[in-house]
Design a protein around this ligand. Structure first.
Ligand code: ATP
Ligand code: MG
Length: 415
């Protein structure tokens, strides 16, 4: 079996081999190549010690961020490639990090520390595939199987419990029975794992093509991560593969406050928290059916969040057809729904005598509301005329003028 290595990676392989070191492509890139999937990145493992790798790549751009663990990043034709010295992990006393990393001259040791058999394959053009743990069989049979004794491997690093589910979800594999048994016995060890590592794997898990099956098979693991969980009504596959909207689906029965507390515990980023909050706080509210209503909601949310809201509601069985159609119309016709799309700008208003400063902003927002609500066309002469008419400003004119006033303020704030 032959794998085609991208040229920039091959350059590094050739150079290390010419210098007398062993070097292999390892982990995800071998697995994905054999599955006919595009590898995310190409990782190399080598017998060269970090200072030897550095010497081989004198004159190249080398970044040493992972040096402590034996990883150097070498930039080859503009592509960063990680090169890691073969290593053996020391004792994992806290179930999180190996106490120490030991370098080893043997590829076999390096493969033995890897989590699953399908991730423990190595390849070089010189040797072909190296398969010490029957990873090829497991690849064929679509199985996630721990390398070695699963109970011990989960004890060493409980993150592997979520990683097993992550690979099952993204690859559409089953967790092999002994590995699944150990996982079910030991999932409480996850309490010891850092929130950041868990969150990152959970995001990949929910974005997998087969995530629905996995969360139904291992609800107790999801419950431990999110605080509570029931797979009833969860339809992840109907949603785009983005963490925010998928996590919202996972927690759609939670109150917005409950969901946010779970995300805070997981140290989720703010953008994800905002997306989940926006979806969960709106999912039981009626959707706009008119084109005006769609423009109003667009001005509040923006295009992608509104699309996500519609996808989310549709996945939960709501009628979203009219809103989807109107959104399509608004976008195709280029309806104005934000200040950037308005046919007049601040300079135009100054030229007809609107004073600079707060008033200028207020008049712009007033005009935007008129256009969104369909009370004025989005054309310069009409808008300038309306602006002149509105002067001198009476704050009451636009304070109570439209329900969209407050929402447009938000758009203005963002724009
Ligand atoms: P992806 O394509 O999603 O990056 P990957 O297999 O490359 O998948 P990574 O998380 O990038 O996954 O890890 C790279 C490799 O390092 C894995 O294939 C595996 O061999 C090893 N590995 C990563 N994390 C662990 C872990 N916690 N325990 C043991 N081995 C691990
Ligand atoms: Mg990877």
């Amino acid at each position: 079996m032959q794998i085609s290595i991208p040229k920039p990676v091959n350059l590094l392989v050739d150079r290390l081999e010419s210098a007398g070191f062993e070097v292999f492509c390892v982990g995800g890139c071998v697995r994905d190549s054999l599955l006919g999937r595009e590898p995310g990145d190409w990782d190399l493992a080598t017998s060269a010690l970090p200072h030897q790798t550095e010497a081989v790549f004198t004159g190249w751009q080398v970044v040493g961020t992972g040096r402590k663990h034996g990883t150097l990043t070498v930039v080859s034709e503009g592509n960063p490639v990680e090169i890691t010295t073969f290593r053996r992990d020391g004792v994992y006393r806290d179930g999180r990090h190996p106490e120490q990393v030991t370098f080893t001259p043997r590829l076999a040791d390096d493969l033995a520390r890897r989590d699953f058999t399908v991730n423990a394959l190595a390849f070089s053009p010189r040797t072909g595939i190296i398969d010490r743990f029957d990873g090829l069989d497991d690849l064929r049979n679509k199985l996630i199987r721990a390398v070695g004794d699963p109970a011990r491997r989960f004890e060493e690093d409980a993150l592997r419990i979520v990683r097993a589910l992550r690979f099952a979800s993204t690859l559409g594999f089953s967790v092999e029975p002994a590995t699944a048994g150990a996982l079910r016995n030991q999932f409480r060890l996850l309490e010891k794992v850092s929130a950041e590592r868990l969150f990152s794997e959970l995001c990949k898990l929910v974005c997998g093509e087969h995530a629905d099956a996995v969360v139904r098979q291992f609800p107790e693991v999801i419950a431990l991560l999110t605080g509570a969980f029931s797979p009833d009504g969860v339809q992840l596959h109907l949603l785009p593969a983005r963490p925010g909207v998928r996590l919202a689906m996972l927690m759609h029965r939670f109150s917005p406050a409950q969901a946010d507390a779970a995300l805070l515990r997981l140290k989720a980023d703010n953008a994800t928290r905002r997306t989940v909050a926006a979806l969960l706080s709106r999912w039981d509210q009626p959707l706009p059916v008119s084109r005006t209503g769609v423009r109003r909601l667009l001005s509040e949310l923006g295009v992608q969040p509104l699309r996500e809201l519609l996808d989310f509601q549709a996945a939960l069985g709501r009628e979203t057809g009219p809103a989807q159609q109107n959104l399509q119309q608004v976008l195709t016709d280029g309806d104005c729904w934000n200040l950037g799309m308005l046919a007049v700008n601040g300079r135009d208003l100054l030229s007809v005598g609107v004073p600079a400063g707060r008033e200028l902003g207020a008049v712009l927002r007033f005009l935007l509301v008129q256009v969104i609500e369909g009370r004025l066309p989005n054309r310069k002469p009409e808008l300038l005329h309306a602006a002149a008419e509105a002067l001198p400003l009476d704050p009451a004119t636009f304070a109570g003028g439209s329900g969209a006033g407050a929402k447009v303020d938000e758009t203005f704030g963002l724009g």
